[in-house]
Design a protein around this ligand. Structure first.
Ligand SMILES: Cc1cc2nc3c(=O)[nH]c(=O)nc-3n(C[C@H](O)[C@H](O)[C@H](O)COP(=O)(O)O)c2cc1C
Length: 214
């Protein structure tokens, strides 16, 4: 397979926590198949919430919030072929860090940004995966995050390829989850670009059997 570039966004304030361990495993998996991976802590780049752009957009149309979001978004997120979002479950949603990253991206493809068209087109056609750590294990607990990322991908014309959830609370707990989320995260990293992704419409041409050798 052709080598691709992957950005992993670590969205927990705990730098060595459970979602981070899933992120590390996904990095290992992606690197093992030859992809170039960068792992970034959202906290290192984003220190302001989204504000009313009418107040903080400069005369040149650029965002004036004084942190490193711009660098993370323009130099790491937009060029990447694949993205892995890693987040703890907080109040049945994603971490504030990750949500703020998604919110802030809007400033760069809103019509009032000078490069909005280019930035919007560079949002599309990425393979996206999601890594979640949570204390609770019931299947619907992470649905809010899954739904949010699903709609983010649909809106931005990206393929939402897979989700791995690890159960744990104390740092490192996910490594003991008998469902094996570390291995599954490694696999998600390795197969981000090779996983079959389908999302049919009524008129989508398709074969009777999904798998060639079935
Ligand atoms: C503010 C906060 C809210 C949380 N909300 C939930 C929750 O709604 N459901 C849940 O299962 N765990 C919840 N947790 C527990 C974390 O999801 C869990 O400890 C997770 O493994 C932390 O991941 P991290 O080590 O990557 O930060 C919450 C933890 C915090 C600090």
């Amino acid at each position: 397979m052709t080598a691709k570039s992957v950005l992993i966004l670590a969205g927990s304030p705990r730098r060595d926590g459970n979602s981070f361990r899933l992120a590390l495993a996904a990095q290992e998996g992606a690197e093992a198949v030859g992809h170039a991976v960068e792992l970034a802590y959202v906290d290192d780049y984003v220190s302001h919430f989204l504000r009313d752009c009418r107040q903080c957009r400069g005369a040149d149309g650029e965002c004036t919030l004084n942190d490193r979001f711009r660098e993370l978004f323009l130099e790491k997120y937009l060029p990447a072929d694949g993205i892995l979002f890693a987040t703890p479950l907080y109040w049945y949603g994603m971490s504030g860090q990750l949500k703020t990253f998604l919110d802030r991206s809007f400033c760069y493809y809103a019509a009032s940004h000078p490069d909005s068209d280019t930035n919007a087109s560079r949002m599309a056609n990425k393979k996206i995966g999601l890594l979640i750590s949570s204390e609770e294990s019931y299947p619907a607990a992470p649905m809010g995050i899954v739904h949010s990322i699903q709609e983010f991908c649909r809106y931005n014309q990206c393929d939402f390829v897979g989700v791995v959830q690890g159960i744990g609370n104390k740092r490192g707990d996910v490594e003991f989850d008998p469902a094996g989320p570390i291995d599954r995260a490694r696999r998600l990293g390795a197969t981000l670009f090779s996983t079959l992704y389908t999302d049919y419409r009524m008129d989508t041409p398709r074969k009777g059997s999904v798998w060639d050798n079935a």
